[in-house]
Design a protein around this ligand. Structure first.
Ligand SMILES: [Zn+2]
Length: 122
């Protein structure tokens, strides 16, 4: 469980197999949802169009839609064609805060149960 903070903090980075298992376990408990997305980076030396990129430091990242073949970078506004790019995969983790609240509440109830309520009443 100690990898949770890293998983949540770095959820935009690719997850290791162990971290992905952890997130899948949390997802099975209904505490989060994981979506895999495909994306391209505007400027990537491994892409065929890298020599055309004027701003080689552009940090633009674009989520790929299945039917779309051309994009415009939000940051540098250049045209990008999908056939020039290496498509990458990433994981986006969405936390379900109401389920997390219920889970923590239920865990507390298991530990302190009615005895805590009695102490509060006294
Ligand atoms: Zn760009």
């Amino acid at each position: 469980m100690r990898n949770i903070s890293r998983v949540l903090k770095d959820c935009k980075e690719n997850l290791s197999t162990q971290e992905l298992e952890l997130v899948r376990d949390l997802e099975s408990k209904g505490l989060c949802k994981i979506n895999q997305i495909e994306y391209i980076d505007c400027s990537d030396p491994n892409d065929d169009d890298y020599f055309q990129v004027i701003d080689k430091d552009c940090s633009g990242t674009i989520v790929v839609e299945e039917s779309q073949i051309s994009y415009i970078c939000d940051k540098c506004h250049r045209d990008i064609y999908i056939h020039d790019k290496n498509i990458k995969m990433n994981n986006i983790i969405y936390l379900d805060y109401s389920k997390i609240y219920e889970f923590v509440r239920d865990e507390f109830r298991k530990v302190i149960g009615g005895s805590a309520r009695k102490k509060v009443m006294v």
